[in-house]
Design a binder for this molecule. Structure first.
Ligand code: ADP
Ligand code: X2W
Length: 273
């Protein structure tokens, strides 16, 4: 299948999922195979607060941040992503007349991950060894499942969490999940839509969007602040797995997909070796 587009709808509170779904539906109707992947950090944080579960972050030695997912947090992550964010997107796509099928990483082993064992990190400014983090790094994707849905004219919607090799649920970052799916299905383009106009040279200056951001093939990405570090890690993984183009763009505006594909975005490229 040619020219597959993977769009990732960020879970940043400012992202307008309805506009993203309308644009994704237009691409789908135009005949281009499209997959929607999504996160839900704001949904997770909001639900955690309502349930009285603290939201904590793990910052790796290189500065890249992810959620510290203890047992209670894992439950909140599942409820927020599979019970709230995913149905919202499916309803929005349905309202646009699209037959979409929502899958978490657990459906038919869509996202298989290696559970993180004890690892060093900084939590709330303190260096710690974390042993109870229920998250993992994706090691395999059931690309055939997604390709089968695409071939049937359906629009797959993919959400974390993933399933570990021991059969238990593990949290996993949604940008990296989108990148893994894009690589597995041989996608042409991965578009990460978020609450910023792209990668900013100065995170406090919205006008400082970089048209191009080069990431090294290994090691620390050039920007690690906020959620941008993990996005650049995901972008690198997608490019290394053969995805031709990775774009980071604004998910807060009308026509977010069309605007990004027309060039209003940051394109991520690998540094030369
Ligand atoms: N240099 C930067 N360029 C762009 N955004 C940045 C930068 N540094 C930090 N950020 C923050 O990262 C956020 C995107 O990460 P995040 O909210 O985790 O995304 P999402 O939930 O959409 O995947 C932006 O909205 C912005 O506030
Ligand atoms: C391990 C890890 O950090 N998982 C993420 C999964 C959701 C996600 O990535 O949502 P965004 O795309 O909105 O960031 C989390 O729990 O926040």
């Amino acid at each position: 299948m040619r020219d597959i587009l993977v769009v990732k709808c960020g879970g940043n509170a400012a992202v307008r999922s309805q506009a993203i779904c309308a644009d994704v539906a237009a691409v789908h109707r135009g005949g281009r195979p499209v997959i929607l992947a999504h996160g839900g950090s704001a949904d997770i944080d909001g639900l955690a607060e309502r349930l009285g579960v603290p939201s904590r972050r793990l910052v790796a030695p290189d500065g890249v941040s992810t959620r510290y997912t203890d047992e209670r947090t894992l439950e909140v992550v599942q409820l927020a992503l599979a019970g709230s964010a995913k149905p919202r997107l499916l309803a929005e796509l349905r309202a646009c007349g699209v037959d979409a099928v929502g899958l978490t990483g657990l459906d038919a082993g869509l996202l298989v991950a290696a559970r993180k064992s004890a690892h060093r990190a900084v939590v709330d400014g303190r260096r710690v060894v974390v042993r109870d983090d229920h998250s993992g790094r994706i090691t395999a994707v059931n690309g055939d499942l997604v390709s089968t849905l695409l071939a049937s004219g359906l629009l797959p919607v993919v959400s974390p969490p993933a399933v570990a090799e021991d059969g238990r649920v593990v949290n996993t970052d949604a940008d990296r999940a989108a990148a893994a799916v894009a690589g597995a299905v041989g996608a042409d383009t991965l578009l990460l839509l978020t609450g910023a106009r792209g990668v900013l040279a100065d995170r406090h200056d919205e006008r400082s969007v970089l048209p191009v951001c080069r990431v090294p093939r290994r090691g620390t990405p050039p920007v690690v602040t906020g959620g941008m570090g993990i996005k650049l890690v995901a972008a690198r993984e997608a490019l290394l797995s053969g995805v031709r183009r990775v774009l980071i763009a604004d998910g807060r505006r009308p026509r977010p997909v069309q605007e990004a594909l027309a060039g209003s975005c940051t394109e991520v490229l690998l540094e030369e070796e």
